[in-house]
Design a protein around this ligand. Sequence first.
Ligand code: ZN
Length: 314
Amino acid sequence: MLTDTPGIHHITGIVRDAQSNVDFYAGVLGLRLVKQTVNFNEKFTRHLFYGDETGSPGTVLTFFPYPAEDDGRIGTPQIGTASLTVPPNSVSYWRDRLRTRDVTVEGPFDRFDETVLRFTDPDGTRLELVTGESDVGPWTDGPVPARHAVRGIHGVTLLSARVFVTASVLETLGFELLDQEGDRVRYRAPGDRATVVDLLDRDAEFGREGAGSIHHVAVRVPEKDQLYEWHDLFRERGYDVSRVKDRHFFHSLYVREPGGILLELATESPGLAAGVDSDPPSTSLFLPPWLEEDREMIEGQLRPLDPSPGTGTD
Ligand code: ZN
């Protein structure tokens, strides 16, 4: 039987340069580089995973660096913004930390009952830090003091081409309409982390996929068996849905909902520690068993990457 998703699993974006991505997400935002691997569909493209200590579902941001990628344009239908949770008393710490590192920060703004800082990463990916409670523990071995550390994903803001249809898909997945402020309609999943999806009901120009655009958002599904049920439900509705895929760290499927947003449904297990028996796992390139025989060729094609980030000034 299908059950409501408890919330977001991960968010995946497209960027140009792997090193500046590590320096920003690990060095400035203080997330853990949990895993460096390759795009399982394009083995000569890196795939970087950031999150809490173990990369638990609801904390994970992932990026594909394409060195020759053109700039994307943020617009419909796309995921416009990724938001991360920070403790309520950490807003001025973060505003100062970002400004000290030459990140242009807008805010703080009040939105619903939260405080929001808005900025972009080096590729133009739109990000927010949002105050709130979360069951995610801080990553304590990074450059940010534990009391201010990011506590996982807060949510995403969607720029749908058909807002009412996307809203109905969110409700099918288990999100409930929570509130509205201006043209921002808030949906929330019933879990303890990474639960917020905001829909912006406004006219926006068309987006273009490229560096700085968010490729997809994945929501959590408890069991692999449920993916097949979701697959059948989406196919009955005529949605553009993929088969169930083995992503090594999870099983998943992709669905392009009728509002144009690419969603993934991903299982919570086995998780990012799957197949790794050394710690820290992020200092070397992880390859799943089916790519291990190509390791030398793959490593020879990838640009070198220093997984220990520069942290800017402290
Ligand atoms: Zn994904």
